[in-house]
Write a protein that binds this ligand. Structure first.
Ligand SMILES: [Fe+2]
Ligand SMILES: [Fe+2]
Length: 468
């Protein structure tokens, strides 16, 4: 099989000798990484996966049994637009960049490498989860997410190889060398160095951290560097499935807990092997706040530079804004001054991280509302919530200060006294882990989660999603 056959693509790989040579060198290293750091223990199993074989609607959802190492990691960009213009910033209205503009080369490379680094990182974080899957359906969804994160890495590596020459190739090699959680060569962003070793973590991660990915990709889909924009637009179609896995997974745990609560007189679901709502809330607090950090500082000169250059826009820049230059105007940002939270006026371009973060929060709240509907449907009065954005932050204006989940500034001592009520403790994590036992009989499911309402690709829940 030639390389061209192995890599489905719509970028004329067959025609581009230099790119093919670069990818031919990178491919075996990628496969080595996948075997070493990809899903542990299931590489030889047949999984019911969907593969993208073109960007056309009918080429997309191609479902078949496949062994993961044989997955056809393709390179797909949304169709080009010869008329494409830079949609914002100082060069607004000029023709889009088809090659990397020299003066923005470093910034663009950094954006692509940072995005690219998250993709293999999440596969590494999730590599042991297969051993404790709650059902075959969930096992299949995990692997679908994993192979698509692999493809997202391909997407970024394509850009590095095709547009950045030698330093791009070096960065592409390093993307396979860093390791999630490794103290000597960690992944770039902190949320991607946190362990994700049980399924409550996995669902919270795909709900909140993959959703950060959605918003970063949306901002880059606006980019005036057209190849980046086209790449991100196609990646977004895959990201939607990852967030579905997370939101639906959390919703099914919440439903199961609510059902178990009604079976006991005390409301304590532990004797029935359920996950108490307060533990679920702590996992929400943990992953939501780590994901907030991924947007960067509230006040950021980088965000202003990227916007001015036309390489990273705002969420739905074309639909939601009229002024695409945004050289004037201010946004109020809450900052901590002399131990009080005060409002500070910041030029719009310097507040773009915070604006993107606000959109992310709104989107997350819609998920929370759906979970609370499940609780209401089950007749339970408890509700889940998102902590205020100041809580538990490690990046930006609130880092180094202590806030409660309602956003009140408190002392470090107070924070530490209350910590076990707000974030998962060792005991919480051990309890959750103690429930994680593999259930792989078709149609069966673990005690702590409700089955999905429908299966994948109109198959029933009982379908043999993975052949073990
Ligand atoms: Fe991704
Ligand atoms: Fe994702």
């Amino acid at each position: 099989m030639s390389l061209y056959d192995r890599i489905p693509n719509n970028v004329d790989l067959a025609e581009d000798q230099g790119l093919r040579r670069a990818l031919e060198k990178w491919l075996p290293n990628y496969l080595e990484w996948w075997h070493e750091m990809g899903p542990c223990g299931f590489q030889e199993k047949e999984v019911y996966l969907r593969t993208a074989i073109s960007v056309q609607p009918d080429g997309w959802a191609h479902f078949d049994y496949i062994k993961m190492p044989d997955y056809r990691w393709g390179i797909f960009l949304a169709p080009p637009d010869a008329q494409a213009k830079i949609g914002f910033g100082d060069n607004y209205g000029k023709p889009a960049y088809q090659e990397v503009p020299g003066e923005f080369r470093n910034a663009l490379r950094r954006i692509i490498v940072t995005q690219g680094d998250t993709e293999p990182a999440s596969v590494e974080q999730q590599r042991q989860l297969g051993h404790t899957c709650p059902s075959l359906y969930d096992l299949r969804n995990l692997f679908q997410v994993n192979v698509e994160e692999g493809r997202h890495l391909w997407a970024m590596v394509y850009l590095l190889h095709r547009y950045f020459g030698r330093d791009g190739r070096e960065e592409a090699a390093e993307l396979l060398q860093r390791r999630s959680g490794d103290p000597d060569k960690p992944r770039i962003l902190q949320a991607f160095n946190q362990p994700c070793d049980d399924w409550l973590n996995f669902f919270a991660f795909t709900m909140f951290t993959d959703r950060d990915g959605k918003f970063q990709l949306c901002a880059l889909a606006e980019s005036g560097f057209e190849p980046l924009s086209r790449t991100c637009r196609f990646m977004l179609t895959e990201e939607a499935h990852h967030m579905f896995v997370g939101e639906a997974g959390m919703g099914r745990i919440i439903r199961r807990t609510a059902q178990l609560m009604k079976q006991t007189s005390t409301g304590d679901v532990r004797p029935l092997d359920g996950i108490p709502l307060d533990i679920i809330q702590k996992y929400i607090n943990f992953w939501y706040t780590y994901s907030l950090d991924l947007f960067g500082g509230e006040i950021s000169s980088n965000s202003a530079d990227f916007f001015a250059a036309g390489i990273k826009g705002r969420y739905r820049e074309q639909e939601l804004f009229e002024d695409h230059i945004a050289a004037e105007g201010v946004v109020n940002i809450e900052a901590v001054e002399n131990n009080v939270v005060t409002s500070r006026e910041v030029p719009v371009r310097n507040a773009l991280n915070e604006m993107l973060r606000s959109e992310y929060t709104k989107d997350s709240e819609r998920g929370l509302a759906r979970w609370n509907n499940i609780l209401a449907e089950e007749g339970i009065s408890d509700r889940m919530y998102l902590p205020v954005k100041r809580f538990h932050r490690h990046v930006g204006e609130y880092a180094g200060h202590h806030f409660d989940p309602q956003g009140n500034l408190i002392s470090q001592g107070e924070f530490e006294r209350q910590l076990s009520a707000w974030l998962p403790t060792m005991e919480d994590r051990e309890y959750v882990r103690s429930l994680m036992m593999s259930v792989t009989e078709p149609g069966k499911i673990a005690s702590w989660i409700a089955p999905p309402r429908t299966g994948i690709n109109r198959q029933p829940f009982e379908f043999e999603y993975v052949r073990l």
